[in-house]
Ligand binder design. Structure first.
Ligand code: NAD
Length: 323
């Protein structure tokens, strides 16, 4: 059987495919026409960030499974996969810790104003430390987590370690479960009003697009630090730009953008009160190894060793009748 690996993945993942004796096709040209040509006879796809739309999928007559190296799958046409009984996998156990650490990094970097301290120290102004603006502790602050799935829960544990008060908005999760994790369930609007920190861990879909926009910014406290490592577009970028410009919030940490890479003249680049990263919160070395292995094992188990398959990794198991 033939497996396409679209985009670079850690060699430990490739080894899994080699050991399973698959023919491996590595693709680094994500142009639609190239993908249409190269994917005609593949049985499985290991996929990083390239978009796989219905017109590409139409050409994949032998395809049985696509596995995302990651957990978001908004770059794949899931309706087409469901209709054609093609499995869609994710690497559900690999990346929550890495993303959660990134969130805490952004919280602390912004709240301790590390950029200003570093600048002051390098510029020979060590003695002027009292000229720096106030900076703060995470201790006993209100953290609001939007979306209490794999990543939200790992963030919660780490914030609890800092003795923060952790509030959760996720209407799809039992309140008692949230309480059992030492967190406090809260309504969206109430959470927005009391939060000192907000971190977004929602999927991007029709109901979460512009989840935070002008109206929500009007509810926030002035000292709010807002972090998005989920998907661009969940926070409206125009509304965030004006909040940063008018200093309606204290700062933002952004790993994901509506358009990636963001254009050179993106308004975020004008502001000091934002820290950005290039959608790499899950790309620590440890996490890349885990994702590559889990992605390739999921393909292998689905095609050859069904008993070893972690069914939680198959997003559309109900639609393709493998439960
Ligand atoms: P998950 O599916 O485990 O959790 C998502 C949670 O959001 C679920 O508990 C669900 O109930 C909740 N939810 C869904 N719609 C909601 C709504 N309208 N209101 C409130 N809650 C809602 O997902 P996860 O693995 O924790 O990932 C979260 C996000 O992080 C996804 O968007 C994913 O694509 C993104 N992500 C980004 C990176 C990165 O590199 N930056 C890496 C991994 C995941």
């Amino acid at each position: 059987m033939k497996i396409a690996v679209i985009g670079q993945i850690h060699e430990n993942g490739i080894k899994v495919l080699e050991e399973a004796k698959f023919e491996i096709l590595r693709i680094n040209n994500f142009d639609e026409n190239n993908l249409k040509k190269q994917l005609t006879d593949v049985d499985g796809i290991a996929l990083r960030t390239a978009s796989i739309n219905a017109s590409i999928l139409l050409k994949c007559s032998k395809l049985k499974i696509i596995v995302r190296h990651g957990v978001g799958y908004d770059n794949v046409d899931i309706d087409y996969l469901n209709q054609n009984k093609i499995a869609l996998g994710i690497t559900s156990t690999s990346n929550a810790v890495s993303v959660a650490e990134h969130v805490l990094t952004m919280f602390l970097y912004l709240t301790k104003k590390i950029k200003l301290s570093d600048k002051l120290t390098r510029s020979g102004n060590f003695k002027n430390k009292s000229s720096l603006p106030n900076f703060f502790e995470l201790y006993q602050k209100n953290v609001l987590i939007l979306g209490f799935g794999r990543i939200g829960r790992e963030v919660a544990k780490r914030c609890i370690g800092f003795d923060a008060k952790v509030y959760v908005y996720d209407p799809f999760i039992e309140k008692q479960f949230i309480v059992d994790q030492k967190c406090i369930p809260i309504d969206k609007e109430e959470g927005f009003k009391i939060a000192d920190y907000i971190t977004v861990h929602l999927p991007l879909n029709k109901s979460t697009k512009n989840f935070i926009s002008t109206n929500e910014f009007s509810l926030f406290k002035e000292n709010l630090i807002l972090v998005n490592t989920a998907r661009g577009g969940i926070i409206n970028e125009e509304a965030l730009s004006s909040a940063l410009k008018e200093k309606k919030i204290a700062g933002a940490g952004i790993d994901v953008f509506e358009q990636e890479p963001p254009p050179n003249n993106h308004p975020f680049f004008n502001f000091e009160n934002i820290i950005m990263s290039p959608h790499n919160s899950a790309l620590t070395l440890e996490c890349r190894k885990r994702m590559a292995i889990e992605c390739c094992e999921t393909i292998t188990y689905f095609l050859n060793k069904r008993k070893e398959l972690n069914l939680n990794n198959i997003v559309n198991k109900e639609n393709i009748n493998i439960i």
